[in-house]
Design a protein around this ligand. Structure first.
Ligand SMILES: [Zn+2]
Length: 444
């Protein structure tokens, strides 16, 4: 495979060299060790002399990377890498006599993978002419021993290249329908925000948490200045505010949540017995799972404790509206079985990320709450209804259960065995100081 496969401009420069092709085998232009090793058929044991060498970037002439393999300051070998979309072409001054990858390039590419993650994207500029001296009309190319940095010339700003696109374009998240258009109202901006209404009441006043969209006004520094109204069912009168696709989706979720929350109003544990409510709970959980990633992208989100949804005001109360954090997929639940003189106790252990919040958490329907500061809470959505009901059940029972030793066998067979099927249980025997994983201990 001769140089003409690389670039027309490299014709004259690399005429004498044999170029060996290594396909990336991925679409990221990243060469991995696994792929590299497929091309080196000799046993992958390199002699000591080679292993002392390091790479130094030499040139980028005609867009072909030139690298020196050096032993301290002494040049040992030079090799070259041409980059295409799907493959690199490597050549070595040793000429690769048997037309196989030589140990210089194998070792040098290995060093490149180590130092640069095998990433050839920064050196791929299709259609941009780089001359035989490494100069280019559009690019600033700087070579130092440890890197070749290539950037569009400053006056060009970002440079779009077919099949390469813009650098870092992936970091920009485009809303499909364009960003929210704010309406200035006497110098202030009208906004749509979302209010999280939660409750941990008992009995008649209990309801499930839900979100409601609201209309408000923001001041120049983007703080909510005042609230105008909640957007209740089917209320499409949002005047001049143009909704994003996310907001249309969220509003729909909000109204479904509100309907379900009002129809499931009442005792928090009714759902354990009532099959219909159980399916409604699954539905509410599903809505929250959809809502959380969307809510996290919204600029105006507040929360309030609700004492009874029958007395829901027309708009959020400014004094009651709190900032909060909300996440899902962050909870980890385990249990702690402890032996005492005459009885055993069982308690839930709650972690969010790596943080143990067993001593401080609150249980609200569907959420575990980490009270970070007064009036600033972190809500963690439960993963499933089983977790929610079990934790709810524990919370309503003072977060602990006790079983006398004489009753333990039946407790174990009827309850603990089920807990152990679903959760990790730690055990602390009497007079022991170290809790360990509960395996198949004989308890009595
Ligand atoms: Zn070689």
């Amino acid at each position: 495979m001769k140089k003409s496969k690389i670039k027309a401009t490299s014709e004259e420069l690399y005429n004498e060299l044999y170029f060996y092709k290594i396909a990336f085998e991925n679409s990221n232009q990243i060469l991995t060790n696994e792929v590299l090793e497929k091309h080196f058929l000799k046993p992958v044991i390199l002699n000591k002399a080679i292993k002392k060498l390091h790479n130094e970037f030499l040139s980028f002439n005609a867009g072909v990377i030139g690298i020196a393999l050096k032993d301290k300051e002494t040049l040992v070998q030079k090799f070259f890498i041409g980059i295409e979309k799907d493959a690199i072409y490597v050549a070595c001054n040793c000429g690769m006599p048997s037309q196989e990858l030589c140990e210089h390039t194998f070792y040098g590419l290995g060093r490149f993978i180590k130092g640069h993650n095998g990433d050839f994207k920064p050196y791929y500029w299709p259609g941009i002419e780089i001359d035989n001296h490494g100069l280019c009309k559009y690019l600033d190319i700087k070579i130092s021993w440890h890197e070749i940095s290539i950037h569009p010339k400053k006056e060009l700003g970002r440079l779009f290249i077919t099949s390469r696109g813009f650098d870092e374009i992936d970091r920009i998240l485009f809303d499909e329908k364009g960003s929210q258009i704010s309406i200035k109202k006497n110098g202030y901006e009208k906004l749509i925000g979302y209010h999280f209404i939660y409750n941990a009441n008992q009995g008649e006043r209990a309801h499930f948490p839900f979100l409601l969209p609201f209309i408000g006004v923001a001041n120049n520094t983007d703080d909510i200045l005042s609230y105008e109204t909640y957007l209740m069912h089917d209320d499409r009168s949002i005047g001049d505010i143009s909704l994003t696709n996310d907001q249309i989706l969220l509003n729909d979720i909000c109204h479904k949540m509100q309907n379900l929350a009002s129809s499931t109003r009442g005792d928090r544990l009714c759902c354990l017995k009532d099959k219909l409510s159980q399916s409604q709970m699954v539905e509410i959980l599903g809505l929250w799972q959809q809502a959380i990633p969307l809510i996290k992208k919204q600029p105006y989100v507040k929360a309030s404790y609700s004492f009874d949804m029958r007395s829901l005001a027309e708009k959020p109360g400014k004094k009651d509206a709190e900032d909060f954090k909300i996440d899902n997929g962050t909870l980890s639940i385990s249990f702690f079985l402890k032996e005492h003189e005459d009885f055993f106790s069982l308690e839930p252990i709650i972690h969010v990320y790596e943080k143990d919040i067993t001593e401080s958490f609150w249980k609200f329907p569907f959420f575990i709450v980490d009270p970070l500061r007064p009036s600033y809470y972190h809500f963690h959505l439960v993963d499933n209804i089983q977790d929610d009901t079990i934790l709810e059940w524990f919370t309503l029972g003072g977060n602990k259960l006790t079983v006398l030793k004489q009753d333990f066998e039946e407790f174990n067979n009827k309850f603990l065995i089920k807990i152990r099927e679903h959760y990790v249980v730690y055990y602390l025997p009497l007079k022991s100081r170290k809790r360990s994983l509960l395996k198949n201990q004989v308890f009595l």
